[in-house]
Structures are given as C-alpha cells and as structure tokens.
Design a protein around this ligand. Structure first.
Ligand code: NDP
Length: 373
C-alpha cells in the first residue's frame, strides 16, 4: 500500500504546536523558523521501507501564495494534522498568527515540523478543543458526519448498521449517531480482547457490537427485534401510547443506512439487513475485496448502493465555505459537549516514526498513530 493511500491510518498532529507546553508567545517572539524536519517518501511501497527523515529548508514566505504547490518527489507524507500559524504574508486575510489550522484538502503533507502554505490550503479550527481532537477532526469525523447526513434522512430511533465499527470513522459514526438518537449495530472482527473493545464502543454509545460471523447467523434477527423493543419501551413510557409503538415497529424494522468500510462478504451481509429502499454507502475497502450485491436485494428490496469520498466532497464544496464551516462547528459542539471523543490514539515522537508506521499497518491495533512534533 502507498503511504498516502491509507491517509487516516497515520496522523500527524501538526507542526511545532505540539512541543510540550510551549506557549504561543514563544512562536511570535522566537527565532524565525527557516527549516523543517520532514518525513519524506521518494517512491511508493511499504511505508517502513520508503519513508525517511530529512531536514529541509523552508521556501521563502511571500505576501500571498496563490497556487497550491504540487509536491514533486520526494514528497512529504500525511494528510491530517493540526498546526499553529507562526507568520503570515502581508496580504493574507483568512488566517492569522496563533491560529490553529488543519489541511483543507488531502495531500498537503503534514508529517513535518514546519511548512509554508497558501492560506487557501488551510482551514482555521477552534483552539478550545484538545490538540488530538483538532489533529483528527478533518477526515474521519467529517466522513461520518456526511454519511449520516447526506444519504438517508435519519430520525431519532432509526437504525444504522456499519462494519469496521472500531475504525476512526466507525467510532465517529457511533458517537454522532448516538447524539442524534440513532441506534447503531456495529460489526467488528473477532479478536482476543473483543469484550474490552465491545465495552469501549458501548461506552461511546454503540447500541450493539457484534462479530462479523454473527451477521451470518439467524440470531441476528433477534438483535433487530431487541433494538426495536428497546425503542418501543422508551416510546411507550414517554407517550403511554401502545398504538404509537406498533406503528414504529412497522415503519422501522431494519437499518435504513449501512456504512461499509470493508467490502467483500462483510458488505454483502450488511446489505442483507437493510430495510427495503435503504442505502449502503461504501467509503473504504479494507478487505480489498469487491462488493457483491445480491440480485434479490436490488429486485425485491430496491436498495441503493452508493459511495462517498470526503476529499471529493470538500473539493465539490470549495466555493461553499458555509457547508464546511457548519460541519466543523457542529462537530466541535459535540466535542465540547463530551459527545465526540478522539479515536483511541498512540502518540509517537517523530524520530520513532518507523514504530508508528509499523503499528499503523498492523491489524487489531484499534488505535491511531499520532506523530508528535
Ligand atoms: P482505522 O485505521 O482507524 O481503522 C481501520 C479499520 O479497518 C479497523 O476497524 C480494522 O479492524 C479494519 N480492517 C483492517 N483490515 C481489515 C480487513 N482485512 N477486513 C476487515 N476489516 C479490516 O481506519 P479509518 O477509520 O481511518 O479508515 C477506515 C477506512 O475508511 C479506510 O479504508 C480508509 O481509507 C477509509 N476512509 C475513507 C474515507 C472517505 O472519504 N471515503 C475517509 C476516511 C477513511 P481491526 O481492528 O479488526 O484490524
């Protein structure tokens, strides 16, 4: 795999902002930053073989940078991270010294200690959320937010089913859905510490956590019944109206939305549990297997099979700043309210990048590797 094709498996928490407790005033009064330590790759391949640490001179700061610079190899890795603005050109308007910023688009190269970018390449984020939240905000939570908003109109009490539920995207799906009152059926791969993982995802708001094998067993039907019973009980107590209960069971018998980050058999199983007319959105293909859609799901259930790529959404909405800012604002509100936590993270110093790259490629790690500059 290419280092850059697995963007969110490896995050950089930005530039010098993460140097322990250094305050912002350090940056404005300290010596000018003229070089950066970068994690660079010259060819594609096994990340631990191709990525190298290099110190490189920064380009000169211009009044305003107009064009995004396409990286010529060797290129700096990393699509995510947070940095702090140290200095701005005289005509720069949208960012100011001290701002926390994240990349607007993929491919910016965040595995480095300092860089010179156009203001158009950066989005300012609030600095009252944790640095880890800011460093991991731009991709996984945005992907989860869009998939829960743009494909089906989800109401409180609806159900969403997803695989790779312990992934960064999956954890954000669980929490954003729970904040909307939407139930989640979360599929994970079996592992020795399954109970621990189940407990962690349940604590985030997961309604059910099940192993992939369970999707193929008849007992899965009981889970859907149980979800509806749970919903039924709450509604019945709230309204003291049993007719309402029956109505809800008939309207929402199965998940309206399935989110597929795996592909292969796992995706086919998700499709089987969708309600008639429901949607499966594929956003990742961790199993590297194509998605097979049963003919019956198309003919008799008329399911919709869609795809989503957050990078394309950001590009399509480049002129629509409001949509991006609204989403980031909503996500930050959830973060401040304690309803959207950072994914489980392991912080690694830049010089130990080999360890981080190796861990990022291992299965069952359930933890983001965060490069601390
Ligand atoms: P993480 O690194 O946080 O998690 C990876 C997940 O994939 C884990 O749940 C892991 O499970 C699972 N996994 C790995 N290998 C397999 C396999 N062979 N079969 C089944 N599951 C597997 O990933 P992210 O949340 O950052 O990304 C998940 C996927 O989504 C990736 O494919 C990524 O490229 C994609 N993505 C797509 C976006 C888009 O806009 N379309 C945006 C963000 C991510 P386990 O713990 O069992 O190893």
């Amino acid at each position: 795999a290419l280092v850059t094709t697995s963007p969110s498996r490896f995050l950089s928490s930005g530039t010098t902002v993460l140097q322990g407790n250094v305050s912002r005033s350090y940056f404005s009064t300290g010596p000018p930053v003229t070089e950066s330590t970068d994690l660079v790759y010259s060819s594609h391949g096994d990340p631990s073989q191709v990525v190298q640490l290099e110190t490189r001179k920064l380009p000169e700061l211009k009044a305003k940078r107009t064009y995004a610079i396409l990286p010529d190899p060797p290129a700096v890795g990393g699509n995510e991270g947070v940095g702090q603005v140290l200095e701005v050109g005289s005509q720069v308007q949208t960012v100011k010294v001290g701002d926390w910023v994240i990349p607007r688009d993929a491919g910016l190269g965040t595995w480095r200690t300092a860089a010179v970018f156009s203001e158009d390449d950066l989005v300012t984020v609030p600095s009252d959320i944790s640095i880890l939240s800011a460093a991991t905000l731009g991709v996984n939570p945005c992907t989860a937010f869009r998939m829960l908003s743009d494909f089906e109109s989800l109401m409180p009490g609806d159900t969403v089913i997803q695989n790779a539920a312990n992934s960064g995207v999956g954890q954000a799906v669980i929490q954003i859905a729970a904040a909307k009152g939407v139930h989640t059926i979360n599929v994970v791969r079996d592992r020795p510490d399954l109970q621990q993982l189940t407990d962690r995802l349940r604590a985030m708001g997961a309604t059910y956590v099940i192993k992939e094998e369970m999707l193929r067993k008849p007992e899965i039907k009981d889970i859907f019944k149980a979800v509806h019973k749970k919903k039924t009980k709450r509604k019945a107590t709230a309204n003291n109206n049993l007719n309402n209960t029956v109505y809800l069971i008939q309207v929402y018998p199965k998940p309206k939305l399935a989110l597929n980050g795996v592909g292969g058999k796992s995706a086919t199983e998700l499709l089987r549990h969708l309600q008639t007319g429901g949607t499966m959105v594929t956003y990742g293909g961790m199993a590297k297997q194509p998605v097979t859609v049963p003919v019956s799901a198309l003919i008799f259930k008329d399911v919709k099979v869609r795809g989503f790529w957050v990078t394309q959404w950001k590009r399509d909405n480049k002129q629509n700043e409001e949509a991006l800012h609204f989403m980031l604002k909503e996500l930050c509100t959830l973060i401040r309210a304690g309803k959207l936590s950072t994914p489980s993270c392991t912080e690694v110093g830049m010089k130990d990048f080999h360890k981080a790259l190796d861990n990022a490629m291992k299965p069952y790690i359930s933890s983001k590797q965060i490069l601390v500059m």
